[in-house]
Write a protein of this length. Structure first.
Length: 231
């Protein structure tokens, strides 16, 4: 076994193997498959370009006692719900965590029904929940979109750990938040410098669907219009 395949990442006392995971690792290295243009020519997607087939969504700690303290919380929750509805339409792998729910409460009701499985943790990083990394590997999802709270704590720690495990990490900046603007802003700068890709919830959805020829385009357009009415 090579040195690169034997590395481990230790999170809150647990070791998560950074191993060759077949399709997921190859997809992360090689990027998305080629697309066919209108006349049959091959269009080479950029290595960072997401698709519904290679992307996962991770919702981090959007809990009842935290959300009221977050700047522009209503918009944040609305945008996360939008991402979840789009992910459901496109069969994108979705995971969620909760930070010490005994003290911080459960996931807010607006999202809880969309997230039936919500493992808890005490470490800041969601990677401390073994099933998070394992599921994304098993489902061959080398690209992960992060949303939730707080930007400078649990989102940051999770992103750094996922980057260390060779995932491509995307942060939906209108679907993450902190109590204070300076923490949120500096965390986004730190994330981008570390290699995370900054995006928005609507950018993600259009990137996932790829074009108007997608069979779910009509349903997705309705989701987008519904969201616009709430803004």
């Amino acid at each position: 076994m090579s040195h690169a395949h034997s590395l481990t990442l230790s999170v809150a006392g647990s070791s998560i193997p950074n191993r060759d995971v077949g399709a997921a690792s190859r997809a992360a290295r090689d990027g998305p498959a080629r697309l066919a243009g209108p006349t049959g020519e091959q269009i080479m997607p950029h290595a960072t370009q997401m698709s519904a087939a290679d992307t996962g969504l991770l919702v981090i700690d959007v809990q009842e006692k935290l959300v009221p303290m977050i700047l522009d919380a209503a918009s944040l929750v609305r945008n996360i719900a939008f991402l979840l509805d789009a992910a459901r339409l496109l069969n994108i792998t979705v995971q969620c965590t909760e930070q010490y729910p005994r003290g911080l409460g459960a996931t807010v009701p607006e999202l809880a029904d969309k997230l039936p499985h919500r493992p808890d943790k005490v470490a800041f990083s969601s990677c401390a929940v073994p099933s998070v990394v394992q599921t994304f590997h098993r489902e061959a999802r080398p690209k992960i979109v992060l949303c939730g709270i707080e930007t400078h704590v649990c989102v940051l720690h999770t992103a750094l750990n996922l980057l260390a495990l060779d995932f491509r990490v995307y942060v939906a900046i209108d679907a993450v938040g902190s109590r204070y603007r300076i923490d949120h802003d500096v965390a986004l700068r730190r994330l981008e410098q570390a290699g995370a890709i900054l995006t928005t919830s609507e950018m993600c959805v259009f990137e996932w669907i790829g074009g108007a020829g997608h069979p779910q385009f009509k349903a997705m357009s309705q989701l987008i219009q519904d969201r616009m009415k709430k803004i």
